[in-house]
Design a protein around this ligand. Structure first.
Ligand SMILES: *[C@@H]1O[C@H](CO)[C@@H](O)[C@H](O)[C@H]1NC(C)=O
Ligand SMILES: *[C@@H]1O[C@H](CO)[C@@H](O)[C@H](O)[C@H]1NC(C)=O
Ligand SMILES: *[C@@H]1O[C@H](CO)[C@@H](O)[C@H](O)[C@H]1NC(C)=O
Ligand SMILES: *[C@@H]1O[C@H](CO)[C@@H](O)[C@H](O)[C@H]1NC(C)=O
Ligand SMILES: *[C@@H]1O[C@H](CO)[C@@H](O)[C@H](O)[C@H]1NC(C)=O
Ligand SMILES: *[C@@H]1O[C@H](CO)[C@@H](O)[C@H](O)[C@H]1NC(C)=O
Ligand SMILES: *[C@@H]1O[C@H](CO)[C@@H](O)[C@H](O)[C@H]1NC(C)=O
Ligand SMILES: *[C@@H]1O[C@H](CO)[C@@H](O)[C@H](O)[C@H]1NC(C)=O
Ligand SMILES: *[C@@H]1O[C@H](CO)[C@@H](O)[C@H](O)[C@H]1NC(C)=O
Ligand SMILES: *[C@@H]1O[C@H](CO)[C@@H](O)[C@H](O)[C@H]1NC(C)=O
Ligand SMILES: *[C@@H]1O[C@H](CO)[C@@H](O)[C@H](O)[C@H]1NC(C)=O
Ligand SMILES: *[C@@H]1O[C@H](CO)[C@@H](O)[C@H](O)[C@H]1NC(C)=O
Length: 720
């Protein structure tokens, strides 16, 4: 169950982002400064063109509310994302930078002939539109980005007219690579991103090699199979990404021409870079990502045939490196001490190899390291002492390594350490006296270690944990309280604590945990107690938890709630009570939680709800009630749902209940995306009006007696 708490956190983060997005999209505040002095500069033809362009988009959240034909919106130079020349009044820059659905790129855009900068990245054309030809007539363009637009088809050869173009980003669409003959005409290009164009393992055309001004080139996810030879002639490259492009074989020696290269990403391929003599010396590389490059054969060869230094020596000479990833490279055995020359290195990722502590005895020399990833190595050994000498470390991960024993006391030197992940080992971190005081630690993850033997964190340790924000003790076999580790960590800390995210899921905790949870105020933001042995009636333990936004009590044996539960939880967004023993009606306190966005009560024995229960849950987006005992008419139940959420409810799961009657009165919830009524006792015809619910992505009406329906019925309805 590792990761559940993070999922919750992520969910909340996304949610908050989403809510901000809704609120924030309205004003281009960068414009408000200009308001006072500006007279209308906007050119009428261009204004009309922009309005036509807007009609090709679907602006659900009114992100372009500043765009309009009303009198007060007359000056299109003040519209969100529109920038005009202050000499000529022509629109020179169009930069939407929002993610929303698009239907078409209006041909009227061609009126903006002075446009120098066009960024439509993230507008989602749903794989239904091609890049229009006319973009090639916007000959003043210097920057063009169509990344993440879900466009299809070929790139129009009219692009060859864009002689001034410096920056071209076509990444992450489904474009076809045929006919790129226009590319060499763009001799001013310094930035070219063709990521995710599928070259079908064919050789990419050599003429890209004539774009010698290129500084940044990405051919990631391009399905190239071989590193193209022409790259060696792009001698101005600073930044090259060939990640995830199905590459096999060697790195061509022409790479030796790339003396300016700073950033090289070859990750996620099957390269065998056995011969790396091409590297220019001294190299300017600061970033090198060879993760998953499968270097095993290299090391094996080097150890056996090449004086033990073929592969590692070359990296040891890249003394400017700041970032190095060799994760999942099948590294085995000694890594030579030349690695100790990488004294500029700040970020080192060696995770997921087969290294042992003694293979890394050069590590203490890397005194600039701030981020160190060593997870999935060191199988069965102790945590090496020498890590404690890397006194600048802020992030350290040693997860999933079968580590045994204690945390070495040298860790007391790690006064900068903020994030320590020791999860999924067999450590006995009973003694945390090594913690430096004051400790900078904000995130501590000891999940998946057996903490069942009772141990205590003394007051002195707790005082050092004052900055802790996230504590994860998932799957630790924590026994029922009084569990010293818990009672002291949580109980004794007072309101000055910063502890916000606590995940204690998958343990053996019982309901007595509520007793001491109820006794003090906390700064908790999310609390996960799922998969424990909580049983019976939940007391009002949340009295002082006014900052709580996520609470997960799922997968326990809860039967009911104190009526005052949630008195102070008006900010709760996410409540999960699924898989418990709740019976009767949905607890009434839920009706007071007016901020709720996600509510799950699935897998209980709930029979119904009081009439006004949901009335104030205007923010509800997902309601999960599957596998309960809801009975009566579906249309009656639907009437309980909050009217104020009828334009926001997205997921309604009522499957495996005993609801009867017809599907009437559902269409009011026009924003529903997921509707599951499977395995009830519904009958009658599926109303035509369901077809007007334009957001529906997945519908399941199966296992009912509805007319003309098979088991699973999936609608594919798009807007208009
Ligand atoms: C004209 O616009 C540029 C940026 O586009 C700005 O830096 C400059 O101050 C403006 N000039 C006047 C006179 O407003
Ligand atoms: C346009 O592209 C150039 C070259 O990549 C870049 O340096 C510049 O910052 C871009 N302009 C804007 C406004 O982003
Ligand atoms: C890459 O191209 C090959 C050869 O045409 C094709 O079989 C394969 O599906 C492609 N791979 C990807 C990931 O698109
Ligand atoms: C991909 O290449 C193979 C030959 O390697 C060819 O048979 C196939 O038609 C190509 N597919 C596309 C979409 O170009
Ligand atoms: C260039 O490097 C930066 C980081 O320095 C990276 O974020 C960016 O994606 C790279 N761009 C290309 C085209 O490789
Ligand atoms: C180009 O690459 C350099 C070097 O990695 C990087 O600093 C810069 O941000 C990149 N330019 C763009 C526009 O991504
Ligand atoms: C790049 O290097 C190769 C061999 O390493 C060499 O033959 C070629 O002339 C070089 N190209 C340029 C443009 O310097
Ligand atoms: C790197 O370290 C090795 C020994 O570990 C040393 O012999 C060599 O001179 C160093 N190279 C550089 C470039 O500093
Ligand atoms: C780190 O801690 C150990 C033992 O706690 C100590 O002996 C050592 O001198 C410290 N090293 C540094 C670099 O501070
Ligand atoms: C909870 O429900 C399960 C199955 O319905 C039952 O076996 C168990 O005894 C109940 N536990 C409690 C504490 O009510
Ligand atoms: C369902 O909606 C219809 C109007 O479409 C209304 O007449 C009827 O009373 C509603 N039925 C229920 C049970 O709410
Ligand atoms: C719905 O659309 C998706 C992708 O757009 C497709 O994979 C799926 O087969 C479609 N389902 C039906 C029932 O048309």
């Amino acid at each position: 169950m590792k990761g559940d708490g993070r999922c919750l956190k992520l969910f909340l983060a996304l949610l908050i982002l989403f809510l901000q997005n809704i609120k924030g999209g309205e004003v281009g505040h960068s414009h408000s400064l200009r308001d006072a002095k500006v007279t209308v500069r906007c050119i009428e033809r261009e204004r009309q063109a922009l309005l036509a362009f807007k009609r090709g988009l679907v602006d659900h959240f009114n992100q372009l509310s500043t765009w309009g034909s009303e009198a007060e919106k007359q000056d299109c130079c003040r519209w969100e994302g529109v920038y005009c020349s202050n000499q000529t009044g022509h629109v020179i820059q169009l930069d939407l930078g929002y993610s929303f659905p698009g239907k078409m790129i209006s041909p009227k855009l061609i009126e903006l002939h002075q446009l120098q900068y066009l960024d439509l990245g993230m507008i989602d054309f749903n794989y239904e539109s091609q890049i229009p030809d006319f973009i090639g007539s916007l000959t003043n363009l210097r920057n063009l980005s169509l990344s993440y637009c879900n466009l299809v088809g070929q790139i129009p050869s009219s692009f060859g007219n864009l002689k001034q173009l410096q920056h071209l980003d076509l990444s992450y669409n489904q474009l076809q690579p045929e006919n790129l003959n226009w590319l060499p005409a763009l001799s001013s290009l310094t930035y070219l991103d063709l990521a995710s164009i599928d070259f079908n393992e064919s050789q990419i055309p050599d003429f890209i090699g004539s774009l010698t001004n290129l500084r940044n080139l990405s051919l990631s996810y391009c399905n190239l199979s071989q590193i193209p030879d022409f790259i060696g002639s792009l001698t101005n490259l600073r930044n090259l990404s060939l990640s995830s492009s199905n590459l096999v074989g060697q790195i061509p020696s022409s790479f030796g021409n790339l003396t300016q290269l700073q950033h090289l990403d070859l990750s996620y391929n099957q390269l065998q870079p056995e011969n790396l003599n091409w590297l220019p010396a001294p190299s300017s590389l600061t970033y090198l990502d060879l993760s998953r490059a499968n270097l095993r054969s290299v090391l094996d060869l080097s150890l056996i045939h090449f004086n033990g230094s073929q592969f590692p020596d070359f990296i040891g000479s890249l003394t400017n490196l700041r970032y190095l990833s060799l994760s999942s490279c099948n590294l085995v055995g000694q890594i030579p001490s030349s690695f100790g020359n990488l004294t500029q290195l700040q970020n080192l990722d060696l995770s997921d190899n087969q290294l042992q502590p003694e293979n890394l005895n050069w590590l203490p020399a890397l005194s600039s390291l701030t981020d160190l990833y060593l997870s999935r190595n060191f199988n069965g050994s102790q945590i090496p002492d020498f890590i404690g000498s890397l006194t600048n470390l802020r992030y350290l991960s040693l997860t999933s390594s079968n580590l045994v024993g204690q945390i070495p006391s040298s860790f007391g030197n790690l006064t900068q350490l903020q994030n320590l992940d020791l999860s999924y080992n067999q450590l006995q971190p009973e003694n945390l006296n090594w913690l430096p005081a004051p400790s900078s630690l904000t995130d501590l993850d000891l999940s998946g270690n057996n903490l069942s033997t009772v141990f205590d964190w003394p007051e002195a340790v707790l005082n050092k944990l004052r900055k802790l924000e996230e504590l994860r003790l998932v799957n630790c076999s924590l026994p029922p309280p009084p569990t010293p580790i818990l009672s002291t960590t949580l109980y004794k800390t007072n309101s000055s604590t910063s502890l916000a995210y606590v995940d204690l899921s998958n343990n053996h905790l019982t309901s007595s945990i509520f007793l001491w949870l109820s006794n003090y105020s906390t700064s908790l933001v999310t609390l996960d107690l799922s998969n424990n042995n909580l049983a019976g009636f939940i007391p009002d333990f949340t009295r002082n938890m006014s900052s709580l936004v996520g609470l997960d009590l799922s997968n326990n044996y809860l039967t009911g709630f104190n009526p005052d539960f949630t008195r102070n939880m008006s900010s709760l967004l996410h409540l999960d009570l699924s898989i418990n023993n709740l019976t009767g009606f949905i607890p009434d306190f839920i009706g007071n939680m007016s901020s709720l966005v996600h509510l799950s009560l699935s897998d209980n024995q709930i029979e119904g709800a009081n009439p006004n229960l949901f009335a104030r849950l205007c923010n509800l987006r997902t309601l999960w009630l599957q596998r309960n005992r809801l009975s009566g008419q579906l249309s009656k139940f639907v009437q309980l749902l909050p009217r104020c959420a009828q334009n926001s409810l997205e997921q309604l799961y009522l499957s495996e209940n005993v609801l009867a009657g017809s599907l009437n009165n559902l269409t009011r919830f026009s924003s529903l995306k997921f509707l599951n009524l499977n395995a009830n006792r519904l009958s009658g015809k599926i109303p035509e009006s369901i077809g007007q619910m334009s957001q529906l992505q997945e519908v399941n009406f199966g296992m009912n007696s509805l007319e003309g329906v098979t088991l699973q019925w999936s609608l594919n309805l798009t807007d208009d």
